[in-house]
Design a protein around this ligand. Sequence first.
Ligand code: NDP
Ligand code: 2IT
Length: 451
Amino acid sequence: MSYVDEVLELVKQKNASEPEFLQAVTEVLNSLRPVVEANEELYRKNAILERITEPDRQIMFRVPWVDDKGQVQVNRGFRVQFNNAIGPYKGGLRLHPSVNLGIIKFLGFEQIFKNSLTSLPIGGGKGGSDFDPKGKSDREIMAFCQSFMTELSKYIGADVDVPAGDIGTGAREIGFMFGQYKKIKGTFEGVLTGKGLTYGGSLARTEATGYGLLYLTEELIKCHGESMQGKTVVVSGAGNVAIYATQKAQQMGAKVVTCSDSTGWIYDPEGIDVALLKEVKEVKRARLTEYAAARPSAEYHEGNASERAGNGVWQIKCDIALPCATQNELLLEDAKQLVANGCKCVCEGANMPTTIDATEYLQENGVWFVGGKAANAGGVATSALEMSQNSERLSWSFEEVDAKLKGIMVNIYHNIDDAAKRYGMEGNYVAGANIAGFEKVVNAMLAQGVC
Ligand code: NDP
Ligand code: 2IT
């Protein structure tokens, strides 16, 4: 049996109850086959694949907090510190009722390769809780965040592990967590990114994941002789990534006609009104029904990605599709519909939104497909720029950060394109991203010995 197959078998045995983690590992290891085969003896002797698929540590803890009725509630908190070969652990905190250890492990595993691709010195980690922020008062959110950080603060630090936002964790939550960390430790340090601008946050971090996704997408289609001008784009999600992806796509001259949330989706043939979407989602924290109510050109449809009541976003005819909500929201049947409708390009704003069979279908049918590890790396890259600014106790202008972000995303596209070509897989950007991300981490692991 090949080394990759042996380790895949082992990972399946050891993590049988974690389907998302197994999906992420299967995708990565399968695409690394040519690299592993070229270095099989060295990697096998050093147990590189066994080590890279086993987190350095996984921390689970109780998060007790008091709700507005005086009732004590208990959630489960997680931080998986996966690999710090090239820098301190870095990755977001997800607050969503679906969160479990397997989901945090899949996200932490992906983060190793993504962070490596940014070219910045950050290792891979992820955390979160099964806490549901929906419908909670600001005081309840604060109570949860303070309790969560009371325990998490034992394991993180500006040079150790630097969490940030993800689904359900935005500026408000990062603020409450930062305040609690500062109170417990008595130090003002860059222990979290995505902070507010008055206390160490970076300009352009809020926009970075969505903007970065479009910088990469634009470079990709430019290299295929096309431009964003006049393209029809479908986006899923209506959160941080989706909103700023939509905004940048529009600035580039494309028309974005859809968005979705956890209860339904919008088709707006005149183009999504970003100011209205921000008002509904960022300010009111309301449902997309409110967007439809305020926008005569918009159709609202019930049904979300996880229930498969029909994530109709993928049924709409488009040139480019940008999944920006959550994992496994674009299935094989959706991929078939996209291809049938003439979609040419799919770039992932979310982490692992496309299933493996859907990815393969898109690739086999000539769609330019870039996975989240490369396409959404702009968020964490800008987090690393926030860390740099905190270390030098300076803050850079929006234009400076945005220009660096663009440079990083253009560079990522060319790196993954080159890596795919080096191994005779031109156009397979999934393999290119996994190979380019892996090579740097493995070099560092080998140099640092058995640890
Ligand atoms: P947000 O919480 O800001 O937004 C998430 C959006 O997706 C919301 O519109 C939400 O609906 C919807 N959504 C979440 N879960 C589900 C679900 N199970 N079914 C259907 N819809 C769902 O998160 P982000 O925009 O930050 O994150 C989106 C994706 O991008 C995630 O995969 C995340 O890991 C990834 N990502 C985020 C980065 C960042 O910097 N924030 C960086 C790189 C990747 P509702 O409005 O109803 O809550
Ligand atoms: O998935 C991701 O890359 C993020 N949620 C951002 C992580 C970060 O540390 O900025």
